[in-house]
Design a protein around this ligand. Sequence first.
Ligand SMILES: Nc1ncnc2c1ncn2[C@@H]1O[C@H](COP(=O)(O)OP(=O)(O)OP(=O)(O)O)[C@@H](O)[C@H]1O
Length: 233
Amino acid sequence: MSDDASVLLSISDVTKDYPDGNVRALDHVSFDVGVGEYVAIMGPSGSGKSTLLSILGTLDRPSSGSLTFEGQSIDAGTDLDELRSRAIGFVFQSFYLLPTLTALENIQVPMFGRGWPVAERVEKARELIEAVGMADRAKHLPKQLSVGQRQRIAIARSLANDPRLLLADEPTGNLDTVTAAGILELFEQLHSDRKMTLVTVTHSEEVAMAAQRVICMRDGQIESDQLVARSQS
Ligand SMILES: Nc1ncnc2c1ncn2[C@@H]1O[C@H](COP(=O)(O)OP(=O)(O)OP(=O)(O)O)[C@@H](O)[C@H]1O
């Protein structure tokens, strides 16, 4: 973690076993993520990246070890649905947009059930669709959008509840090089303009180099954890 950042998220001595497969997916992993950091997690297939991201996002529980978010311990008593919907946004390789909803409606999905007045919900969705450069596609259904455009809408949706943390699993995995570069620019904007904390799992060097810090996993352990040297322009 960079020295000046206060800690957003911390995992300590986390182990994850999958007894059915007799697999130790994470093996005593500890690290902090600072507020506003942009972290890439890399490593070979099967090294534990997605498992780690699931635990960071509270989608899965560690077998042992602990997790804190904004200084609060995440344990059996934590309302995980509430924490996730309030504080954590997720972006996946497959976008999981609802096919019968328009782009603008898809962005509002996380706001459903949270008591937002409709007008405010729509206004917020309009602001987000603008932020991801897709305002002119608001009424389009997912099937009427390119894959890169769908990912932009999925990213806008992930921001609907103003999360402090954005977790992404191979966010450019289904995209061609040019489209992927556009998504990386969008992440950079979120990081620099909105001061989002971003953690992304990736196999892509380009994605990793866009981050500030790269954690490399191997066999369920952290092999290296380094700040990315940025060229000054
Ligand atoms: N539900 C599960 N049950 C049993 N074993 C699992 C389960 N999920 C993952 N594993 C195993 O845990 C290990 C880590 O898997 P994980 O998906 O975290 O790796 P990864 O680094 O994300 O891989 P990839 O880059 O291929 O997506 C692998 O050996 C995998 O087979």
